[in-house]
Design a protein around this ligand. Structure first.
Ligand code: MN
Length: 242
């Protein structure tokens, strides 16, 4: 059994395409939020119960977050742990700093916390919305993970450029783009007391081997992520401070 989830909601086209592609590999179970929950990161519902609503065979909508979906899938729906968790196909990029805000990544991180081989897959949408291309890539990544396994505490962040499959470049193994967003909130045109959050992605000084650079070359970005946030290089420095 392969567990699928996302942060765009159970009705999202990206999830449907992922489901179709991975069904060729194994039985799939979809446990996804009942609505759009993008950019919600690792939010978890602790102060009220979440409801499960069946949406067909092995499909369930949860009135909670992507992280809630993984908890409910493992704790209440699946009788045994899935062999793989896939989160996506997200409607939009998860490059660079996006990783910290992403509900798509959060679900895959939660899977990794639970010891499941997990990856997130996102379509860097422009105009074409080639979810079929991203689904093709997701199937290939899923096979590789099932063949090779993932080390403890590691997951993959996969981004796919929005192009027809024949135009797709190679798989690039990447590091995280360290560019920042222009973070100035800007006033709503009609309500000057209301502000929009977010801004334009800024180009990094050194783009070599980054996820963003791979996408610009129409390549698939596969970035390994580790959950240990400790800065091991700084341990010694800090010890000298105190
Ligand atoms: Mn999303």
């Amino acid at each position: 059994m392969i567990l699928l989830t996302n942060d765009d909601g159970i009705h999202a086209e990206g999830l449907r395409c992922l489901e179709d592609a991975l069904s060729s590999l194994d039985e799939v179970c979809v446990v996804a939020p009942d609505r759009e929950r993008s950019a919600i990161s690792m939010a978890i519902t602790l102060h009220q119960p979440v409801a499960i609503k069946p949406h067909g065979s092995y499909r369930y909508a949860i009135d909670g977050t992507p992280v809630d979906c993984v908890h409910v899938a493992l704790g209440a729906i699946l009788e045994e742990p899935p062999k793989l968790l896939v989160s996506g196909i997200n409607h939009g990029a998860n490059l660079g700093q996006d990783v910290h805000y992403s509900g798509t990544l959060a679900a895959a991180i939660q899977g990794t916390f639970f010891g499941l081989p997990s990856f997130a897959v996102s379509l860097v949408m422009e105009q074409g919305e080639h979810f079929d291309t991203a689904a093709h890539v997701a199937l290939r990544i899923a096979k590789s993970i099932l063949d090779n396994g993932l080390p403890d505490g590691r997951l993959l962040n996969v981004n796919v450029p929005d192009c027809p499959l024949p135009e797709l470049g190679d798989i690039a193994i990447t590091r995280q783009d360290l560019g920042v967003y222009d973070a100035r909130a800007h006033a709503d045109a009609d309500r000057p007391t209301h502000y929009w959050i977010g801004g334009e992605r800024q180009a990094p000084a050194d783009p070599s081997n980054t996820d963003l650079e791979a996408i610009c070359r129409k390549c698939v970005s596969v970035m390994p992520i580790q959950l240990d946030l400790t800065d091991h290089d700084m341990l010694k420095t800090l010890t000298e401070w105190f």
